[in-house]
Design a binder for this molecule. Sequence first.
Ligand code: MLC
Length: 511
Amino acid sequence: MTNHNLYGALRAAFPADLDRTAIECVATDGPALFYTWRDLDRSSAMIANLLASLALPVGARVLAHTDKSVEALILYLAVLRAGLIYVPLNNAYQASELSYFIDNADPSVVVCASRDFGWLSKIAFRAGTAHVYTLDDDRRGSLLQRAAHHPDAQAPVPRTAADVASIIYTSGTTGRSKGAMLSHGNLLSNAQVLKTLWGWRSEAEGGDVLIHALPLFHVHGLFVASHGALLNGSKMLWFAKFDARAVTARLPDATVFMGVPTLYGRLLVDPSFNAQACRNMRLFISGSAPLLADTFCQFRERSGHTILERYGMSETVMLTSNPYAPTQERIAGTVGFALPGVDLRVTTAGGELIGAVEVRGPSVFQGYWRMPEKTAEDFTTDGWFKTGDVGQLDAQGRLTLSGRSKDLIISGGYNVYPAEVEGYLNELPGVEESAVIGVPHHDFGEAVVAVLVPSTGASVDVAACIAALKQRIASFKVPKHAMVVDQLPRNAMGKVQKALLREQYQRLFVQ
Ligand code: MLC
């Protein structure tokens, strides 16, 4: 039987000379670190062997709440090799958020930064997790210490294409986050399609070098970017955190860059970013949030490059892409054509052109972890996944997204669900109710804003509310601004009219 373990396919793409640099870790305050392909292979084997020594049940989850580091990527590769399920979490999440994820994912292993070990290990052990290791961004921690005692060779555990490789949590419109189960086959098929579509160059064609400056706990940085480079045996220039100046300084050494629109906006603000810096670049790709036409045009003028916008989500990995071929135009505001193998339809009501975007294809996930009823809700009876996005297809098949059927804010490429933030706000003393909205923001695209109604006779201290929220939820979800009003606008049915609020506050952060 064929082994569909994704690591096998990635490993097969490593260059013949394993002593070449696979990842150059760019440090702003010290010497750069270089990892060879052999380093990736040996160290992921050692961690995979450590995991195997724990004799975990098939399908056991390994949950990672770590800072970005090459070792965190190696941990992901090790989990694939070991045939376990990788559950990465945003390192900005706080204790109450982590409690939920640990309860829901029910992991056998948790890996976290040393600074979080005290509180996180308590949550994990209480929930029944047997093993908690630490991993810091400076190659310290118990995970690597333990792994050092294990052999540096390992054969990837046999997996079928449908076996789950990773669970990516995505917030729910109501209630808590859902874990999207992505299989080895989902991830590999998508990576293979993108390799061809985006013209990843072989060594004979000059090769490629990817700038990796995205977080490692989401589909964009973990799968689209990392798989792209690994599956092509291409070097990565690795940034622990995006910094426009530092990235611009290394652009001449790179050929491919992937970013959320905020990163493009920040590059444009940097005076050192220009066409000369981009002289060796082949491709700039944007996704995870809508790219403003203004950014698209300014970027073309400054750099001489036309950003390729694509569209995807945690449940499906990538779905559409603007064309790569220079003979076909990349159009601002559209997310392009369905990828080969992806079926895409827009379900419209009564003669409308705009409707619900629904998809089918080899990268569509295996369902929500332990939530069969949520999975059933999100698929049509004839098997199409309801993306929750609203859009329109033109005569050529280009998709333009025009909104969402879900109440969702995308801030700097992170999804924020107003209902979740409202839940936390409504628990604060003196707050009767709240409405959380997204308004245009010069840096994050959309910013989270809260409108608060005080309880009768109470007064609300906005600064205290914001400070309280910062203790409880990841800072990217905390409103950038909040105001107090006597009452929220409601329609005849009693529903809060968020569109009115968005209109009222749309100029808070932009002219
Ligand atoms: C950080 N902050 C944010 C934020 N990121 N606030 C709102 N939205 C965000 N995205 C907070 C910080 O905690 C801090 O709060 C303050 O804003 C300023 O921080 P900063 O130093 O400017 O932020 P920085 O660390 O530079 O991060 C910004 C960023 C980052 C844009 C680089 O958010 C980022 O890497 N975004 C990419 C997200 C991503 O990869 N998404 C892919 C999802 S996958 P305070 O209070 O401490 O001052 C997906 C599928 C697909 O969607 O199709 O790709």
